[in-house]
Design a protein around this ligand. Structure first.
Ligand code: RFL
Ligand code: PHB
Length: 389
């Protein structure tokens, strides 16, 4: 088989890149290890930056998002039973869109079906070859048979555990990592959200987040030790703990119900440099991970795709490869800023195992300062809504 761009992974970054390239007349083949049903059953991010919204519209997948997504103008920060609102729209002129990653992925799959794009599921043993030549290849197995794709470029959109990043030789690749000493226990439930906007709560018992997917579907998280097992958290225990950590007004308004998804995610910050090697380009979680506190993971994956798509388009249309050569540098500039923001939100809002009363006072005084300072709120707002591409 032959294509211009072979894409490894059918998560949001692989599907969006394929969608943008196909619409620009550039051929792709997407290889995905899992089934389509499995990809569409993953519950992940919930908040889109406005740049992501505009990019999805540009890719022709904005119709359902615009009809069913919920634009939000602000969010709330809580501590010590107090809370304040960061009015993102007032500070930046932009808003966020609450629309789940699962729905984004579903819209991308449907759009790819409509244009007859090639997505091959259930592939095994994907290997990348001759990355430094101008005729790279991808080999894989499907139903026990070996296959080969010849291409001009390979996009590594295969997430943190994929094969693309390790295909960059060790002596060329530098990895930066910070592991946080806690995880997030998340629950999805068909109950109305306890507030109109998201609430991020710093609490002495640990962080909590009240989020949502729709007026009838809520998503909540609480910080838990890394040693906790999801089986040991009954729904009742989750709701009780969440109520303790949310400001009392919202705890009283909380409607509980059976969980329809419950999982624990560890928190880490991770960056791989460079994000390209010869004809291979990494996008999204394949190259970087952020803790979810800043709602940046999915949005960074989409902004990487924007940079790579623009660079590939210029290359194929004009033969000028300068933008492509600068892809890693351009993307990393924005990524490191999101890494910093996600780290600072995580540090501000979580309870660390060795945390002293002094540390707690520092967190609370930063929150008090932010509550009272227009400048501090502008800074949080412009990072939360997404820095410009
Ligand atoms: P994805 O979504 O991980 O997609 C990668 C795809 O590649 C496939 N794959 C392979 N295919 C072929 N061959 C191989 N060898 C392959 N190895 C892997 C995988 O099956 C998969 O389909 O990466 P992408 O597209 O870069 O998108 C990134 C986002 O998914 C990610 O940043 C966010 O979901 C992160 N994230 C969250 N971000 C938020 O902003 N808010 C959240 O609440 C939030 N929750 C989460 C998350 C990530 C999680 N993971 C990865 C553990 C919760 C979880 C559980
Ligand atoms: C979510 O709704 O899943 C969500 C929202 C905001 C975050 C993280 C996760 O910062």
């Amino acid at each position: 088989m032959k294509t211009q761009v072979a894409i490894i992974g059918a998560g949001p970054s692989g599907l969006l890149l394929s969608q943008l390239l196909n619409r620009a007349g550039i051929s792709t083949i997407v290889l995905e290890r899992q089934s389509r049903e499995y990809v569409l059953s993953r519950i992940r991010a919930g908040v889109l930056e406005w740049g992501s919204v505009e990019l999805l519209r540009k890719a022709g997948v904005g119709t359902r998002m615009d009809a069913e997504g919920q634009p939000h103008d602000g969010f709330h920060l809580a501590y010590n039973n107090q809370e304040f609102r960061v009015d993102v729209h007032e500070h930046t002129g932009k808003r966020m869109m609450v629309y789940g990653q699962t729905e984004v992925t579903r819209d991308l799959y449907n759009a790819q079906d409509d244009i007859g794009a090639t997505i091959i599921h259930g592939v095994e043993n994907v290997k990348l070859h001759d990355l430094k030549s101008n005729a790279p290849r991808v080999t894989y197995e499907l139903d026990g048979e070996n296959h080969k794709i010849q291409c001009d470029f390979i996009a590594g959109c295969d997430g943190f555990h994929g094969v693309s990043r390790p295909s960059i030789p060790d002596d060329i690749r530098t990895e930066y990592e910070k592991i946080y000493p806690f995880g997030w226990l998340g629950v999805l439930s068909d109950t109305p959200p306890c507030a109109d906007e998201l609430i991020y709560a710093n609490h002495r018992r640990g962080f909590a987040l009240a989020s949502m997917r729709s007026p009838t579907r809520s998503r909540y998280y609480i910080q838990v030790p890394l040693t906790d097992k999801v089986e040991n958290w009954s729904d009742d225990a989750f709701w009780d703990e969440l109520k303790r950590r949310l400001p009392v007004e919202h705890a009283n308004a909380l409607v509980t119900g059976p969980s329809i998804e419950k999982s624990i995610a560890p928190l880490r910050s991770f960056v791989c440099e460079p994000m390209q090697h010869g004809t291979l380009f990494l996008c999204g979680d394949a190259a970087h991970i952020v803790p979810p506190t800043g709602a940046k993971g999915l949005n960074l994956a989409l902004s990487d795709v924007h940079y790579l798509f623009e660079a590939l388009q210029v290359h194929f249309n004009t033969g000028n490869s300068e933008q492509l050569a600068n892809y890693s540098k351009t993307a990393l500039d924005r990524i490191w800023k999101a890494i910093r923001f996600s780290w600072s939100m995580t540090t501000l809002l979580h309870r660390f195992p060795d945390q002293t009363d002094f540390d707690q006072h520092i967190q609370e005084s930063e929150l008090r300062y932010t509550a009272q300072s227009n400048a501090a709120q502008t800074s949080i707002a412009e990072n939360y809504v997404g820095l410009p591409y």
